[in-house]
Design a protein around this ligand. Structure first.
Ligand SMILES: Nc1ncnc2c1ncn2[C@@H]1O[C@H](COP(=O)(O)OP(=O)(O)OP(=O)(O)O)[C@@H](O)[C@H]1O
Length: 316
């Protein structure tokens, strides 16, 4: 599925527009002809496994890395030649949070504030505001290196948004925190979004991708599909059938040998089977193979979409 499923949004203003964006490292094509149109005020996700080119794409879009090919417009300006002025309007939070471990929370924020030209009362007020917003008031004198994953994440977000960027890039911001912190973090992202910030976030978590307004499914440097989670599920090029019954492990092995079956994965007490689009009556097709086991059609999930878009290559 290569189609863009979010055409129905038809936004008036794109904050990121990329055309044919590519990056090669020697013979390795890390990003291959990426096209993007990300509307203002949305949260857009890059979903894909390790090494699929998410970080490289983000670095290209922030101007930190020079593209091998392609064009990028950020906030209505060509990125090329405007990197410096755009930096003031962009925030970037890296996978490793990029904090100074041997500086305190206050010192980290002071340092970032100074980089963005904040001084005096303006800097003090903004930092106080962020300490309150990100629940770090009790940690001001604590060294960043000694904080928990969730606290580091909140400090990193405070640093990345200190200058109130219009566009925020987050590279796998939640990989080092627990599910509760992830949920809280996403609430904060929606607050930022509500205040007008456009957010591009990379992840390899399906549940996280599902929270985005729209997302791109990436694999080996290629965008395999994009659109809102619902549009992607509606347009999925496969049908989901759930099978329950006995000897599911053996039955799964039989199913995955079949050329019309994209994948079969055990979820609790049933098998979730993706049947290729060319099969006219998928339920009947699976029922015939099921030898008395129960087969039912199921609603697709984003994980199913991911599997279907990547041809079943990223599942067992
Ligand atoms: N500076 C570099 N020099 C050479 N190869 C690189 C460089 N940066 C990235 N790559 C390669 O580009 C490909 C994409 O890497 P990238 O880090 O963008 O993937 P990713 O999807 O962000 O993965 P992860 O989640 O593991 O960070 C990989 O094959 C990686 O080895």
């Amino acid at each position: 599925m290569n189609a863009s499923a979010h055409q129905e949004l038809e936004p008036t203003e794109y904050v990121i527009e990329a055309k044919g964006l590519s990056k090669c490292f020697g013979d390795n094509i890390a990003v291959n002809k990426l096209d993007l149109k990300i509307p203002k005020g949305s949260i857009y996700g890059f979903l894909g496994p390790n090494g699929c080119g998410k970080s490289t794409s983000i670095r290209l879009l922030t101007g930190l890395l020079e593209a091998s090919e392609g064009e990028v417009n950020i906030l209505g300006q060509p990125l090329l030649g405007h990197e410096e002025s755009l930096k003031k309007r962009i925030g970037y939070m890296t996978q490793k949070f990029s904090l100074y471990d041997n500086l305190t929370v206050q010192e980290n924020l002071n340092f970032v504030g100074a980089i963005y030209g904040f001084a005096g009362r303006k800097k003090k007020n903004r930092i106080e505001e962020l300490l309150a917003l990100y629940d770090l008031e009790k940690q001001t004198k604590q060294f960043a290196g000694s904080m928990s994953g969730g606290q580091k994440q909140r400090l990193a977000l405070a640093c990345a948004t200190l200058h109130s960027p219009e566009l925020l890039f987050l590279d796998e911001p939640t990989s080092a925190v627990d599910p509760e912190n992830r949920r809280e973090f996403w609430e904060r992202l929606f607050d930022l979004c509500d205040a007008g910030t456009t957010i591009l976030v990379s992840t390899h978590y399906m549940d996280e991708a599902e929270r985005c307004h729209a997302l791109a499914i990436m694999e080996e440097g290629n965008k395999r599909a994009d659109g809102s989670p619902q549009a992607l599920m509606d347009a999925m090029p496969a049908t989901v059938v759930e099978v329950s019954g006995n000897q599911l492990r053996q039955f799964k092995q039989t199913l995955i040998q079949h050329p019309d079956i994209l994948s079969a994965a055990q979820i609790g007490s049933h098998l979730r089977v993706l049947v290729k689009q060319q099969v006219a009556d998928p339920l009947n097709f699976i029922s015939q193979l099921s030898q008395g086991r129960e087969a039912l059609l199921a609603r697709p999930s984003l994980e199913d979409v991911f599997v279907a878009c990547t041809g079943g290559r990223h599942v067992d």
